[in-house]
Write a protein that binds this ligand. Structure first.
Ligand code: 13P
Length: 249
């Protein structure tokens, strides 16, 4: 059985007191426990939040990591540091990293490798921009993102990855992919995984949907057989919305 996951990507929001408050609320709230709940705060708060989450079922992740092991890379955080403060997950290749920080599939492949090397779980993000969907190029684009970012891994490594499909046109816009659009792309991604790694492996990998997911649409999205949960932006900044999404399976 694949893991059901709801992860909250806080992006570059919250100052210290608000971040600790939100984490404490989420960790202390009642969700039905049938999903793996992950909070992904700004890195500066991760160490403190992993301590608050220590005896709970909530896991903590980071939004970005360096592709390098350690050394003279001013401003970067490496996976060993992230691991050492108790985080378990790392986003790789969020569309905002791709768009504003010029992260290419080749660099993301190196990040995935580094994340796995330090025994963190990468949540590898993919997804097309609106113009690519309008041109009918969305499947090709996602295929390239998946192949170039992940297919250097062997079967045992890919089993430790989570994939998030986030159509860029749905992120922060209030426009959600329809349930059919989400299922169609998730099934396509699983087919790519099946071709490369075989059905058993492909069936074991969780694929999350992200993009304006909220309490009002989560249930319908999560009902799809290839949608294993959500990567939530805006709605993860509000405890009751985030928990309502987590309780939507
Ligand atoms: P929104 O839920 O705000 O659309 O953001 C989605 C996202 O980018 C999560 O990583």
């Amino acid at each position: 059985m694949r893991k059901k996951i709801v992860a909250g990507n806080w992006k570059m929001n919250k100052v210290h007191a608000d971040a600790i408050n939100l984490a404490t609320e989420v960790i202390g709230s009642s969700y039905d426990g049938s999903v793996n709940l992950i909070v992904i705060p700004p890195a500066v708060f991760v160490s403190e939040i992993t301590k608050i989450a220590a005896s709970s079922k909530v896991a903590v992740g980071v939004q970005n990591t360096s592709q390098f092991e350690a050394g003279a890379y001013t401003g970067e955080l490496c996976t060993a540091m992230i691991k050492s403060v108790g985080a378990q997950y790392a986003l790789v290749g969020h569309s905002e990293r791709r768009a504003y920080f010029n992260e290419r599939n080749e660099v993301l492949a190196a990040k995935v490798k580094q994340v796995l090397k330090d025994e963190l779980t990468p949540i590898y993000c993919c997804g097309e921009m609106l113009e690519e969907r309008e041109k009918g190029n969305h499947f090709n684009l996602v295929k390239t993102q998946i192949k170039e970012g992940l297919f250097h891994l062997d079967s045992s490594q890919i089993l430790n990855c989570v994939i998030a499909y986030e159509p860029v046109w749905a992120i922060g816009t209030g426009v959600t992919a329809s349930s059919d659009q989400a299922q169609e792309m998730h099934a396509f991604i699983r087919e790519l995984l099946t071709d490369k790694y075989g059905a058993d492996t492909a069936q074991s990998i969780s694929i999350l949907y992200g993009g304006s997911c909220k309490p009002s649409n989560a249930k319908e999205l999560f009902l799809n057989k290839d949608v294993d949960g959500g990567l939530i932006g805006g709605a993860s900044l509000n405890t009751s919305d985030f928990i309502a999404i987590a309780n939507s399976f």
